[in-house]
Ligand binder design. Structure first.
Ligand SMILES: [Zn+2]
Length: 583
């Protein structure tokens, strides 16, 4: 006896045999019970989910000799003939190979005649979307005025290709992908009847390969049985079907969660060793982490996951201890890696790097935990100070009057933008002979006490370029009688200022600033120093000094030191509020 493939042998013969399409079979049963039966049906859905089987069951239900019934007897001659495909009044037409208008004309001729033996003539047109436009038009005429003894059942995987005029004349049923659990259940029933030894895990692998199609799942099972015989071992199934062993996925996630980079790399080596495609494995891993994310995020995730009970339990165990935010970050990393793998010549390296990245990912500290830690700081630093520190999370800002630092910090911080405000501090002063007898006839210039800085600012206000050049100069003598400025020998500033026009401008500005006519001298300076610093150098030194100050104040602030203790960090940068606001 020739071997009958499982899909044909176990084709459902009643609506209750039909797996995963409860909504369809219930509606059809109700229609038959109530006698309100449409004359045209459209069954849509992916391949192998039971459309054609349902069409045959419906044909039997309509024609069973024991009376029209939702559960045909499958024993009377009518039922048996329809099951065998030999009933003259039930015509199965393959839309893919009978697409022309002539085929439909023939059908229309046939429709006119009464059924020869059965109650109804049933036309089952599979892949109906393949019909040509003219064939559809011919069919439409029949559908508009159908004889009472005729029923049409159309099946299609692509309902959007069926003209709306046809669709509107059919009762439509959408067949769903069959959930994994239900496929496994049906497979279990079949293998038990067939006396085959196979684990639920292996059946799950088979069903997953079938991807929601019962027919495909049974074909896969046929393939497995042809290889393994009726004693099926789990490893054989994974190897034969070229699917990634779920255990490897669990191993990968376990290594990542345990921050065990060696084991994680071991997984990559195994993937390579088994000959799996790195990208396929990465895709499976994405699915795996997606499942774990759902397990962690949803109270009752069973409906959302295509998983067997054993797989579900394993996921729950692993995902239980991992924060949801971490799972999402892992998923993001994997998704990026999968995209990159498509274009990479080094998929294994990419997988390894990805696994290492995941295994060394710094854990996310939940916000409520951070708040808890902040409260601790509050209790250490004293309410007011901590509140201040929290409101403006800039260490220098919360300078507390109770700070133990010897020089009162606010004195140094009070006006960090201006010099001279901290007289206690020895500023590297230039040997400037300050002039007390400044002429009163200079209303414009701003005076801060540093004549050189004031003069340069004044000059810059009048002539920007000239002022900028002066910033490079060292003030050797600055009095109302004599202005002596040193520049590095051969420097650009010196050459530029020695130009006749520039020198004239400089003299004029000096006269306006000091209210006298000081002698202006430009001196080349040999390297080595000794000359007072120019304004640029002074500014630089000043900001370095200020930052060191701020850092010291910040570090000794109780709120800051508490934060350093609690969070375990270091001060990376200290920004004064004034500076911050300028930015
Ligand atoms: Zn029957």
């Amino acid at each position: 006896m020739s071997y009958l493939v499982l899909a044909r042998k176990w084709r459902p013969q009643t609506f209750s045999d039909l797996t995963g399409q409860g909504h369809v079979s219930q509606t059809l049963k109700n229609a038959i019970d109530s006698g309100r039966i449409a004359h045209a049906f459209l069954f849509t859905g992916a391949r192998g989910v039971g459309k054609t089987s349902s069409a045959r069951i419906l044909a039997k239900a309509l024609n069973c000799e024991r009376g029209m019934s939702p559960e045909p007897c499958n024993q009377c001659p009518a039922c048996l003939e329809i099951t065998a495909g030999t009933a003259v009044d039930v015509l199965e037409i393959d839309g893919a190979s009978n697409t022309g208008v002539d085929d439909i004309r023939e059908l229309r001729e046939n429709v006119k005649y009464l059924p020869s033996r059965l109650r109804y003539k049933v036309f089952i047109i599979d892949e109906v979307h393949m019909l040509s436009t003219s064939a559809f038009n011919a069919l439409l005429k029949t559908l508009e005025e159908p004889p009472p003894h005729v029923k049409f059942i159309f099946a299609t995987t692509e309902p959007h290709k069926v003209p709306i005029t046809i669709l509107s004349r059919c009762q439509r049923f959408d067949f769903k992908r069959i959930p994994l659990g239900q496929v496994v259940e049906r497979l279990r029933y079949i293998v038990d009847q067939e006396r085959i030894t196979i684990s639920d895990e292996a059946l799950t692998v088979v069903a997953r390969k079938g991807d929601g199609s019962m027919r495909d799942s049974l074909s896969v099972l046929d393939q497995v049985l042809a290889f393994c015989g009726d004693q099926v071992r789990d490893e054989e199934v994974a190897t034969l079907l070229g699917v990634v062993d779920r255990r490897l996925l669990l191993e990968a996630s376990a290594a990542v969660f345990a921050r065990d980079t060696a084991s994680a790399l071991g997984v990559a080596a195994k993937v390579d060793g088994y000959g799996y495609s790195m990208r396929q494995f990465c895709g499976e891993l994405i699915d795996h982490f997606r499942n774990m994310t759902i397990v962690a995020a949803v109270t009752d995730p069973r409906d959302l996951l295509d998983l067997s009970e054993a797989e579900f339990a394993a996921l729950r165990e692993q995902a239980g201890a991992v924060p949801l935010a971490d799972l999402q970050r892992h998923l993001t990393i994997l998704l990026r890696a999968e995209g990159e793998m498509a274009h990479s010549s080094y998929p294994r390296l990419l997988l390894e790097l990805t696994l290492i990245k995941m295994a060394t990912l710094a854990p996310v500290v939940p916000v409520d935990e951070l708040l808890e830690r902040l409260k601790k700081i509050e209790s250490v630093g004293g309410g007011g100070v901590a509140a201040d520190a929290r409101a403006q999370w800039r260490p220098a800002a919360g300078a507390s009057p109770t700070a133990p630092a010897a020089p009162p910090p606010e004195q140094r911080l009070a006006s960090p933008g201006r010099e001279g405000a901290a007289p206690a501090r020895p500023v590297p002063e230039a040997p400037v002979a300050s002039v007390a007898t400044r002429g009163a006839a200079a209303p414009g210039p701003r005076r801060t006490g540093d004549d050189w800085a004031d003069f340069v600012a004044f000059a810059k206000g009048a002539k920007v370029r000239l002022g900028s050049l002066l910033e490079h100069g060292s003030p050797l003598v600055v009095t109302a009688e004599r202005l002596e400025i040193g520049f590095p020998e051969g420097s650009f500033a010196l050459t530029s200022l020695k130009d006749r026009d520039s020198l004239a401008s400089l003299k004029e500005l000096a006269a306006r600033f000091f209210g006298t006519e000081p002698v202006v001298a430009l001196k080349p300076l040999a390297g080595g120093g000794g000359a007072p610093p120019n304004l640029l150098e002074k500014k630089k030194a000043e900001s370095a000094r200020r930052e060191a100050d701020l850092r010291q104040v910040a570090a000794s602030h109780p709120a800051v030191s508490a934060a350093l203790d609690v969070f375990g960090g270091t001060i990376a940068e200290v920004v004064s509020l004034e500076q911050k606001e300028k930015v």
